[in-house]
Write a protein that binds this ligand. Structure first.
Ligand code: FE2
Length: 259
């Protein structure tokens, strides 16, 4: 099974980057499933139903998310859709779902979304939630991909060891900065600390760099906007999984950018 996973789609430039680069990525990697973390696809913060539908129209099968998915107006859609995940380790009563099994042409891929707790909210344990879900989903398919939306690389690496051999891949999101530590762990789990971002190439993690600088220089909190203009990039990862066992056979990170 071949899977493309794209890093955080940030605002209008992120969607433009997908329009520009996704067709050639699909031609090159011929994925069975295409996924992206889209928690910031709407204006650089959150997601809307309209934008989720726009992304499905570009060929994405499923969207994952994280700490920015909880915009009030998005919650009714989140509660009824099975094409947008929110982290599974929120307490009972939070709308939406944290895991799903995708099926296409006889192939089944389970996807789990988790959120970290280091420098983030005090949620349920992502380790225990992840293991419990992986064991439950394994009865449906051995191919299981986890998007671990977290800040700290140490927490991400620790979870990858905890789930090694139980899931096919553990991919980090949230920092918007692609790391270069892709590997396949001894138990067969593919790992990358952060998949990166689809969005503005020359901003500050996708946002307006002048505004970000003003904020850091003055320490006065302010809203950061996503500039509409400027070169864009896509970052992500390609995975090849063994259908029968769920073991990762290959992990490859990629970046494409406008000049
Ligand atoms: Fe996030």
């Amino acid at each position: 099974m071949r899977v493309l996973f794209l890093g955080d789609v940030v605002g209008n430039p992120g969607r433009r980057a997908l329009r520009v680069f996704l067709p050639e990525l699909v031609r090159e990697y011929r994925p069975d499933f295409v996924l992206a973390n889209a928690e910031n696809a709407a204006g650089g913060y959150g997601l809307t139903e309209k934008i989720a539908e726009e992304l499905f129209g570009l060929g994405l099968d499923l969207l994952t998310s994280g700490n920015h998915v909880w915009k009030r107006e998005f919650l009714p859609y989140l509660a009824r859709t099975n094409r947008v995940l929110r982290p599974a380790n929120y307490p009972e009563g939070a709308p939406g779902r944290g895991a799903v099994v995708l099926e296409k042409e006889g192939r089944r891929l389970a996807v789990v979304n988790l959120e970290g707790r280091v420098f983030m909210r005090a949620l349920l344990c992502p380790f225990r939630t992840g293991r419990e879900l992986a064991r439950r989903l394994r009865t449906e398919t051995p191919c299981i991909l986890v998007d671990f939306h977290a800040e700290a690389t140490s927490e991400k690496i620790a979870l990858s060891w905890y789930l090694d051999g139980e899931v096919s891949a553990l991919l980090g999101t949230h920092t918007h900065v692609q790391t270069a530590d892709e590997r396949i762990l001894p138990g067969g789990t593919a790992y990358l600390s952060d998949v990166g971002m689809c969005g503005l190439r020359d901003g500050v993690i996708g946002m307006n760099r002048e505004q970000a600088l003003e904020m850091y220089l003055t320490q006065v909190p302010r809203k950061l906007e996503v500039p509409k203009k400027g070169p864009v990039k896509v970052e992500g990862v390609f995975l090849e999984l063994e259908d029968s066992s769920g073991r990762a056979l290959h992990i490859e990170r990629f970046r494409r950018e406008e000049c």
